[in-house]
Write a protein that binds this ligand. Structure first.
Ligand code: COA
Length: 148
């Protein structure tokens, strides 16, 4: 695994890069104000992988209730894929949830995004349901859950 990056909490100056990674790697369109909103409200589970020159990826996890962290976004720049960065970001988010006494992590994956579904399966998530019309374009989501 490439260890030449650190996982740390997001800072205000990261938000432009975070938005650009989201726009390049995720299929949904996000309003750039959304990232400031989460930065203001839920910084604890908003983490970045920083190699000192730029961000390689980020994860955004927000509390759904006292016992559950919901991952809203996870993205790694394509050129850094399969280097363990997604796993490191997810593990740091799991650690954050455990420290807060949470019991599980949930997330949604777009139907057909089998690389992401395989990534989460390899990280211990199980499919627990389907949400019809979850995405803006009407796409279906697979709900996945991991007990901590
Ligand atoms: C999904 C994503 C976050 C994975 O990040 P990553 O840093 O490449 O993942 P890792 O290197 O930690 O992969 C860990 C394991 O997950 C599985 N995995 C990761 N990417 C995979 C792929 N494209 N196809 C199949 N399995 C994959 C493998 O088992 C991998 O271990 P291996 O490389 O030793 O075989 C990244 O590909 C990404 O940003 N995708 C685009 C955005 C996205 O779909 N996000 C999730 C939406 S909810």
């Amino acid at each position: 695994m490439d260890a030449e990056y650190e996982i740390r909490r997001v800072e205000a100056s990261d938000l432009i890069q975070v938005a650009s990674i989201a726009s390049a790697e995720l299929r949904e369109e996000y309003d750039s104000k959304l990232f400031s909103h989460f930065y203001e409200g839920f910084r604890g589970g908003f983490l970045v992988a920083d190699d000192g020159e730029r961000l390689r990826g980020f994860i955004l996890g927000v509390p759904m209730d006292n016992a559950t962290l919901r991952i809203l976004m996870l993205a790694v720049r394509g050129e850094f894929s399969r280097m363990g960065i997604g796993t490191s970001l997810l593990e740091a988010c799991k650690q954050y949830a455990r420290l807060r006494g949470m019991r599980s992590i949930v997330l949604e994956v777009r139907e057909g995004n089998s690389p992401a579904a395989q990534f989460y399966t390899s990280s211990g998530f199980l499919g627990v349901g389907v949400l019809e019309g979850f995405y803006n374009d009407g796409g279906q989501a697979l709900v996945m859950k991991h007990h901590l």
